[in-house]
Design a protein around this ligand. Structure first.
Ligand code: ZN
Length: 320
């Protein structure tokens, strides 16, 4: 009875005990449908190991993979006023925010940090699509201004990873005001002569594409990312024509001169360090981790920004 007790019975048991397996152990690839073990997927930066489909990655995981040794310091973002319009659809806006905060463990839809990429000091900001579709509200505006101010204060380039469904409609006109605000923030970097590199990730749409995501010195995109102002469905319905294959996808935009590069996530560190070093006039990236010739200087104390940046004090440039 060996075959029955050793093979058939465990098989039958496994069929009936499937409920005990936690559901979050596996993630299904949206593109090819392969079931991916979550740890394997995390090790591969949320890129499908079968078809190279780039899935959403949280800003925190992205920064851990981007910065040397996974070490970065968060830049404090001043909190905006709560729910200025007392907006309510099916749910109250503060309730939506609370649910998103609980779901992501983040304060809002953008994370700003400073650290080093292959020993290149940078300030980086990343938008979180899983937080209310990464929508651009007052907090995201504040985050970009905080990132730009920090970059100018430290003389570092700014790298921004965009991912957004557009402006946050719950904040009405105040969300649209973030377009000129963030444009001014980008202008601060340009006045200070510091590079601003945008990495467009899937999807980057609406007011975000129409402002800070398209104002970089260099535009890199992740493979197959949808990058547009109005989405393909809206355009198709408006012009009543079938759109070409891959329309508004990263590779299509690269072919049509909207982007400079399409780079897989696994190569971002290398590519960003190379581009930033060239733009900053630094020596090329040195591979290998040799000890420093002299005792390292004491680590610079991080001074979080606590004062709220008022929009009218932005373009002064005296902090440069
Ligand atoms: Zn796949």
């Amino acid at each position: 009875m060996n075959w029955i007790s050793n093979y058939v019975r465990p098989k039958i048991n496994s069929l009936f005990s499937r409920r005990e397996v936690p559901e979050n152990l596996w993630t299904k690839c949206d593109n090819c449908g392969t079931m991916l073990f979550h740890r394997e997927l995390a090790d591969n930066l949320q890129v499908c190991t079968n078809c190279d489909h780039h899935m959403q990655i949280s800003p925190r995981d992205r920064f851990t993979a981007l910065f040397d040794g996974g070490i970065f310091t968060e830049v404090v973002v001043p909190a905006p006023i709560d729910d200025p319009l007392k907006f309510r659809d099916q749910k109250r806006y503060p309730d939506r925010l609370k649910a998103a905060q609980k779901g992501t463990g983040e304060a809002e839809a953008m994370l700003v940090a400073e650290g080093e990429i292959l020993k290149t000091p940078v300030v980086a900001a990343a938008q979180d699509f899983s937080f209310m579709a990464g929508s651009m509200g007052m907090y995201v505006g504040n985050a970009i201004i905080a990132a730009a101010e920090r970059a100018v204060a430290m003389g570092r380039p700014l790298v921004l990873f965009s991912a957004a469904g557009g402006a946050r409609m719950q904040e009405g006109i105040l969300s649209l005001m973030q377009m000129p605000r963030t444009t001014v923030a980008v202008e601060m970097l340009k006045e200070a002569g510091l590079p601003y590199v945008v990495v467009l990730t899937h999807p980057t749409t609406g007011g975000v594409t129409a402002s800070y995501a398209m104002l970089g010195d260099v535009h890199i995109a992740e493979p197959n990312a949808l990058i547009c102002f109005a989405g393909p469905r809206v355009i198709e319905q408006t012009i009543r024509e079938t759109l070409p294959e891959g329309f508004q996808r990263a590779e299509y935009l690269l072919d049509h001169g909207m982007l400079d590069r399409v780079t897989p996530r696994s190569q971002h560190r290398e590519e960003l360090a190379t581009i930033l070093r060239m733009l900053m006039g630094l020596s090329p990236v040195v591979h290998g981790d040799l000890p420093r010739p002299s005792a390292p200087a004491p680590a610079e104390a991080v001074q979080p920004h606590t004062e709220a940046p008022a929009i009218d004090s932005l373009p002064s440039g005296d902090s440069a």
